[in-house]
Write a protein that binds this ligand. Structure first.
Ligand SMILES: [Ca+2]
Ligand SMILES: [Ca+2]
Length: 475
């Protein structure tokens, strides 16, 4: 009898608590330059996020350069609409063009959320503004001050809610660990105030120079980089000159160099993997785990010797644009696999829908909540293509930008130099054989016109253009 009354009372109290806090919390973990080859070494992340929720097997970034990707993620727009197509001037461009005034954070704030940004906001932040500047919508702000030669693991400066704090080189200054402390503290405060929260955790790991926390520096020393068939691609005669030029500039990336860099990258992400354990534990202890979406992804991929290129990113090859994405949370069945072609421009509208917030009208992307909550192989209403676009590539003697369109079957890329690439992704998934020279004039013209439509699109016209696969593409 007593137990029955207590249980009844518990239900009543629980309902009252739920009424005050029914909006789900959002934790968004954005790594920097983490590519798919590293995922087998994120054991806790796989176990606590991926296996407990959904894995997106066809998730892409619409630009594989840091700043364009970050701007697209925050606003749900293609780079030509965020106006950030390059890493420099990066943040300054975003701010100057008024794009920083309205991002996901603002939509979430309007829906009653407390929002924290931790880590790397945008390249070269805070160029063009006061060093104490905090972007609109964020109630908690712990952001690296960037610079032309960024090393944001040790000896960096952070804007912490308007106060500039310099970190040194001691073990406890390691940036991923500092972020972990700050985010846990933000979550504690939000839970105490019964405020739904969004924590946007933007770690620097494993961006180069990949420096692990001291406690991880002796781990994984015997690892070998998993080399794909395109590693040291022997016949590069099919590739555009810009690609050959990148190769000449950097020299051949030797197998031993690839192994060494891979070891450092695996070591550097271990602190992120540990953070995931702490976040889940903290949520569980506070009864919030079942009311929180946790997302893990990366701002761009990375190549290390594929197509005989030196290590880097910013290109339209799969290694650079295809990145990991996993999400757990209310209504998502463990083990869900989402195969639709989803991109960083979809993240902001998706988080908004999960949170009950209103995304801005300017958004180019689409919410993919429908695929998280019920498994569907059908993509009748989903996009058939994605625009990939990047401005001037840094570090080359040629100033080159490109635009490309990727479907499930192929990718077509136009460089500013008028050089073209076309890969049959079904029969040539490693992009070894550029077929652009073999396409007939009609197909080339159809592809070119489609790309013209995509690269000028805005909001609904982007979603329409993504559906307009030209007929009669022969290859
Ligand atoms: Ca990056
Ligand atoms: Ca080839």
């Amino acid at each position: 009898m007593l137990i029955g009354v207590l249980a009844g009372l518990f239900v009543v109290v629980q309902r009252a608590v739920n009424a005050r806090n029914t909006s789900p919390n959002i934790i968004f973990i954005l790594t920097d330059d983490l590519d798919l080859s590293l995922m087998p070494y994120m054991e806790n992340t796989n176990r606590l996020i991926g296996e407990q929720g959904a894995t997106l097997t066809n998730y892409f970034v619409t630009s594989s350069a840091c700043c364009p990707s970050r701007a697209s993620t925050l606003r749900g727009q293609y780079p030509h609409n965020t106006t950030v197509l390059e890493n420099s001037p990066g943040f300054e461009q975003f701010y100057k063009n008024g794009k920083d005034e309205n991002t996901l954070a603002v939509w979430m704030k309007e829906a009653g959320y407390s929002n924290s940004f931790l880590g790397k906001y945008m390249n070269l932040y805070p160029a063009g503004v006061e060093r104490s500047y905090v972007s609109p919508g964020w109630s908690d702000w712990h952001v690296f001050l960037g610079g032309p030669s960024e090393n944001l693991y040790f000896a960096y400066t952070m804007n912490e809610n308007g106060r500039l704090v310099r970190y040194q080189k001691k073990a406890e200054d390691y940036s991923t660990d500092v972020i972990r402390e700050r985010v846990i503290s933000f979550m504690e405060k939000s839970i105490w105030w019964k405020s739904p929260f969004m924590a946007y955790i933007s770690v620097y790991a494993p961006h180069g120079p990949s420096i692990p926390a001291p406690r991880h520096s002796q781990m994984f020393l015997d690892m070998e980089y998993p080399k794909s068939p395109s590693f040291h691609e022997a016949d590069m005669s099919d590739k555009p000159l810009i690609i050959s030029d990148l190769r000449k500039t950097g020299g051949l990336f030797e197998e031993e160099e690839a192994n060494q860099l891979f070891i450092q990258r695996v070591q550097t992400i271990q602190s992120v993997d540990e953070m995931v354990v702490d976040l889940v534990k903290m949520l569980e202890e506070n009864g919030q785990l079942e009311n929180t979406y946790i997302i893990f992804t990366s701002d761009n991929g990375f190549h290390m010797g594929e197509h005989s290129l030196p290590s880097g990113k910013m290109l339209a090859y799969e290694e650079d644009i295809h990145v990991p994405f996993m999400i757990r949370g209310p209504g998502i069945q463990p083990g869900t696999v989402v195969t639709q072609m989803i991109a960083n421009i979809d993240v902001a509208p998706t988080i908004a829908e999960l949170a009950g917030a209103q995304a801005a009208d300017y958004v180019d992307g689409r919410s993919f909540v429908q695929y998280l909550k019920s498994v569907s192989e059908s993509d009748a209403d989903w996009r058939k293509a994605l625009l990939i676009e990047t401005g001037n590539l840094v570090g080359t003697s040629h100033v080159v930008s490109y635009r490309g369109v990727r479907t499930d079957k192929f990718i077509y890329v136009e460089y500013e130099s008028d050089e073209l690439e076309f890969y049959d992704l079904v029969n040539d998934p490693y992009e070894m054989d550029n077929l652009a020279g073999k396409l007939d004039a009609e197909t080339l013209s159809a592809l070119h016109n489609w790309l013209e439509e995509l690269k000028a699109c805005e909001a609904q016209s982007c979603r329409d253009a993504e559906m307009n696969v030209p007929e009669g593409i022969k290859y």
